[in-house]
Design a protein around this ligand. Structure first.
Ligand code: SAH
Length: 221
């Protein structure tokens, strides 16, 4: 595990973070490495200073450009499902946003790739990865419907925006035995599904209802 100095990034008290983790455990999150990663990531540096005091509440918060930072419970749920793949070393995230989930993944998986369609958000996330010395993350501006072919195949893909369908391009970038975790649906509440790639086709399980901003085509540079 990486170590990082607690100076310079204005860490809030360990107790506040400990309480967030306790709440996640109460809600059924039982993967210790995921809980440790969430405890490590200073969520307050991913939001505006004016709402930093809300950072360790288990809720989504605005990050500008009409986008949100995901609720920690949902980040934990998606992360636990996505990394539950044998020999996972490479993961792709669609929808970097402020980079919070990216940072959680970076504590757990050797190589993390993340795509964001809004350039200003992508730049902010990149800055935070540097600040946290998470040098195993590569971030690009691009359309997640196309995936990031250059580094495929991935062991898992996490889509953190609501999609009506999973593009064939993305499906083809996951190896057999790998997973795609994605909120699927058209309305304001979506079904979080975990798709596992089999030798022939996919098996799908539902992880419950979630609310994400929609996945949109193209880039917004
Ligand atoms: N992973 C973030 C969640 C960000 S919200 C977190 O940890 O908090 C979802 C993000 O997906 C938004 O920033 C949005 O701009 C982005 N997004 C939407 N459609 C996309 C697409 N087609 N490709 C890449 N990113 C997309």
């Amino acid at each position: 595990m990486k170590t990082i100095s607690k100076q310079g990034i204005g860490m809030t008290s360990d107790r506040t973070r400990g309480r967030l983790v306790e709440r996640l455990v109460d809600q059924g999150i039982d993967n210790d490495s995921v809980l440790n990663a969430i405890e490590w990531v200073p969520r307050h540096i991913f939001v505006e200073q004016s709402i930093a005091h809300l950072a360790y509440e288990d809720r989504a918060l605005p990050i500008g450009k009409r986008q949100t930072i995901s609720q920690p419970y949902v980040v934990a749920l998606m992360t636990a499902a996505a990394i539950d793949v044998e020999n996972i070393t490479k993961i792709l995230e669609i929808g970097t946003g402020c980079g919070y989930q990216t940072a959680v993944l970076a504590r757990l998986v050797e190589n993390v790739y993340s795509m964001e369609r809004i350039e200003s958000l992508s730049l902010g996330a990149r800055r935070r990865m540097r600040q946290l010395k998470l040098d195993n993350v590569r971030i690009c501006v691009g359309d997640g419907f196309e995936g990031w072919e250059e580094h495929a195949p991935y062991d898992a893909i996490v889509v953190t925006a609501a999609a009506v369908h999973v593009s064939v391009a993305l499906q083809n970038q996951v190896r057999v035995g790998g997973r795609i975790v994605v909120p699927l649906g058209r309305s304001s509440v979506q079904d979080l599904v975990c798709m596992e790639r089999l030798e022939s086709g996919w098996s799908t399980t539902s992880l419950g209802s979630v609310t994400f901003v929609p996945m949109l085509p193209g880039v917004d540079a």
